[in-house]
Design a protein around this ligand. Structure first.
Ligand code: 13P
Ligand code: ZN
Length: 282
């Protein structure tokens, strides 16, 4: 049986489409953003020879817990607007080497590219989300404008921020019932921001990087992108309310939130479901 080329696989196709979606939404200017997709050997085999290593790149943290796993991941410094036409240059398929301190490149990065500078945050997040749900094989980072803007004007408190976002549209609590995790502002591309993000990912699928962007995890490109779309739409509504004067005279009440969770059979974060009204501040 002849092997289809990996570039024609559904995984590369999904990566091309999603990076284009992130770019056209204005959430990934220049080289902003990165995406990783954990693939199974059985998914890759019809398209690529998993035994053929093109080159090896070191990583300076310990990923031995996921040694042997495969990831299709965007390259560092690569412009998302270009990935759709150049997936073999701007993305790569890697396998975490046995020692956990390097990756074998099996496909892509064909002009010398390397995995994203946020690879520590991606892999550490994958490790922790796999503990929660092994179907969650996508991690996505981008720079959504309104959510970032809120990180300048709203206290960086998970309950406060989550409740505002939940109350901006009925959809929010249904799509992210656990709420939004928040880490302090930290230097991007470091192991430290990776550790802090992954720690929050034990509890949340959405983690805000203040004054920078968001990290999201999910079980498909659509689902993970949808999480970001929903939180960013809520942030856009909040921004619009602020531009209309910022005074709430109506709101989605806590009882309304509870009713939504009953209607959709979901469990909201019990620490966030009751709190201050946006109208009275009490
Ligand atoms: P990379 O180009 O290394 O993926 O970095 C983009 C980014 O958004 C950093 O946070
Ligand atoms: Zn970024």
């Amino acid at each position: 049986m002849t092997q289809e080329k990996f570039i024609n696989s559904p995984y590369v196709e999904q990566m091309r489409k999603i990076t284009n979606g992130l770019y056209t939404h204005g959430w990934d200017e220049r080289n902003g953003g990165n995406v990783s997709y954990q693939l199974l050997e059985s998914e890759i085999k019809p398209y690529a020879d998993t035994g053929k290593v093109l080159r090896n790149e070191s990583i300076d943290f310990d990923a031995s817990e996921i040694a042997g796993q495969y990831y299709l991941v965007t390259g560092t410094g690569r412009y998302f607007k270009n990935v759709i036409d150049n997936p073999e240059g701007d993305t790569g398929l890697v396998q975490i080497a046995k020692d956990g301190h390097s990756v074998d490149i099996l496909w892509g990065y064909n002009d010398g590219a390397q995995p994203t500078s946020e690879f520590p945050a991606h892999l550490m997040t994958h490790i922790n989300r796999q503990h929660v749900d092994s179907n969650q094989r996508i991690v996505m980072h981008c720079h959504p404008t309104n959510l970032i803007a809120m990180s300048f004007t709203v206290p960086l408190d998970e309950k406060t921020m989550t409740r505002i976002l939940w109350k901006m549209q009925a959809e929010s609590v249904v799509v992210f019932p656990e709420g939004l995790g928040i880490i302090p502002y930290m230097t991007p591309g470091t192991n430290q921001i990776g550790e802090a993000t992954a720690d929050k990912m034990k509890e949340f699928r959405l983690v805000l990087w203040p004054q920078h962007g968001v990290f999201a995890a999910g079980d498909s490109m659509d689902e993970t992108f949808g999480l970001i779309e929903t939180v960013e739409k809520a942030a856009l509504i909040y921004t619009t309310v602020q531009s209309q004067g910022g005074k709430f005279i109506q709101e989605i009440s806590d009882a309304d939130l509870e009713n939504l969770t009953h209607r959709f059979g979901i469990k909201p974060n019990p620490n966030f479901i009751m709190g201050k009204s946006l109208i009275s501040g009490k």
